[in-house]
Design a protein around this ligand. Sequence first.
Ligand SMILES: [Zn+2]
Length: 348
Amino acid sequence: MGETRRSIWLRHDAVLAHDVPGHPERPARIRALEAEMSAADWFGCTRVEAPAASREALLGVHPETHVTAIEELCASGGGAIDADTFAVPATWEAALRAAGGAVALVDALLGGDADFGVSALRPPGHHAETDRAMGFCFFNNVAAAARHARSAHGLERVMIVDWDVHHGNGTNDIFHADAGVLFMSIHEWPLYPGTGPASDVGSGEGEGFTVNVPVPGGTGDLAYTSLVEHVAGALAAAWEPQLVLISAGFDAHRDDPLASCRVSEAGFAAMAASLRRAADRLGAPLGLVLEGGYDLGALAHSMAALMPALVDVGTPRAAAPPELHPLAVRALERLEPYWPGLGASVRA
Ligand SMILES: [Zn+2]
């Protein structure tokens, strides 16, 4: 391992108590991740206990009624919210820590306490809409973090790249009309939750700041890395975000049981390196917020594979820039009305 920059790993034991027997979004995910990290001496990261999110941070993206409904459901013993989203009493604190970790990550990155960090908590967040828990998610962790960066730190431009295999419908909706948060999602389609067509580009002032790239099942490293390098990278170069957050699910991995994409550990590492280069060119900090990933080995090994590109001092070199994949060509063509010249800059 090379020399590492100041990096943090946000975690908390309370997230292990959100436990619904037989559910794929399970405490063993965090145990597998932490065992892998521990075996690698945490890649030089300082472990930080995630604080509970403040009410204010939650209310940045959710109405009071939603926060209270989750709190009361947990306090009354828990129960089902939909066919695959279940709360137990301990879900409340776990959800607060998962959102609070993402917000604390932003504080550390923007406050100068860390150069890079991972918020490695659960439940995940990207399916949680403003007033609706769904898809294993209760509060939208990455959205709370991005909104906090805007409201508490005064940032004007925050970019979220969501490479979880499912569409981040919650994040999509929360920032739909917001030109201060550029949301790009690469997701398998058709697949749960069924949202995120390429035609959904945001609305109002946010038109053009929602970038949906549905990909067919079976899509692997070549397309994913090309989309991150040539579309996300080009958007970052054009818009110059002051902070880049990765909504990092690992369920696009070929071994994941919930989807059928074919990304490998090396693919995740290449995507991370690509975004690190894009962020470093802008002097923007980069943070990673855990979303899905349901094969324990795929989850742990993929995270371990991408850490060196993010924690090492010095921008990772592009060994062989991925070719411009047809899916990236089509995405760039669709972006042309909103981002004139973006495709040309890539082809040049
Ligand atoms: Zn997912």
